[in-house]
Write a protein that binds this ligand. Sequence first.
Ligand code: PEP
Length: 257
Amino acid sequence: MSARRPFIAGNWKMNLDHLQGIALVQKLAWTLKDASFDPKAVEVAVFPPFTDLRSVQTLVDAERFTVGLGAQDLSPHDSGAYTGDVSGAFLKALDCAYVIVGHSERRQGHGETDEVVNAKVLAAVRHGLVPVICVGETEEELERHGTSAVPVRQTAAALAGVPSGTPVVIAYEPVWAIGTGKVATPETAQEVCAAIRGAVAEALGADDAAATRILYGGSVKSGNIAGFMRKPDVDGALVGGASLDPVEFAGIARFPD
Ligand code: PEP
C-alpha cells in the first residue's frame, strides 16, 4: 500500500432513485460506523445519478457522514443552450468534490472520443471539481496492443492542457472486466497503473505523478480488493455493481482488515 490516501469510489450508474439513494447512504454510513471505520485512513465517495445528488448532499451535510459525493458525468460547456447537459458549476454548487469523466460506458455508448473526454476534464478543472478519469482497453485492444498502450494514450490525451498542480484521479478500468465478473490480476493492475503514473509524470510532472491516486476498476468485490491494495501503484478502486450493496461496499472500504 502506498502513502497516498486510499480512495474507494462507488459508481451507482443509472441505478437507485433519490429515496433509494438516501437509504443506501444511511446504511453505508451506519455500517462503516459500526465497523469503527477510520475516514482519515481511507476516503469513500459515492457517485449517484444527477437526480439523486441534492438528496444525498442534504443527508451527508445534515448527518456529517464521512462519505464524499461525486457525479457521473458533466458537460464540456459551462452554461447555455445545451439541452440535457449538466454544468460543472451546478455540480460544484451541490458540493460535489468529484466527477467521473470518460467512463467506458460513455466512450462506447455515447461516442465520447479522447477529445471530448479532454474537454470534460478541462471543464471539471475550471469548476474546481476533481475529475476521476477512466481509461482502459477493450478485449480486442488488449489482443492487438497489449495491456498498457491504450490506457497510457487515453491518460495523455485526457490531461492535455491541464496545469501542473491540478488534483486528478485516474481509474484504470479494463473494459472487459466491467460488470463481467472477470477481474484483472493484481499484477496486471500494478503494471498498468505504474505505466499510467508514468503518463501522468509526462503530462503534469513527477511531483504530481507521485501525489496522484490511481484506482483499479472492474468487478471489484470485498473478496478480491485486498490483492489490489497490496500493490504499490494501486491506490484504491472504482466500484460499480458492488457499490449498490452498502454492506458489500463497506467491506471493500475496509480492505485492510
Ligand atoms: C464501473 O462501472 O466503473 C465498474 C468498475 O463496474 P463493476 O464494478 O460492476 O465492474
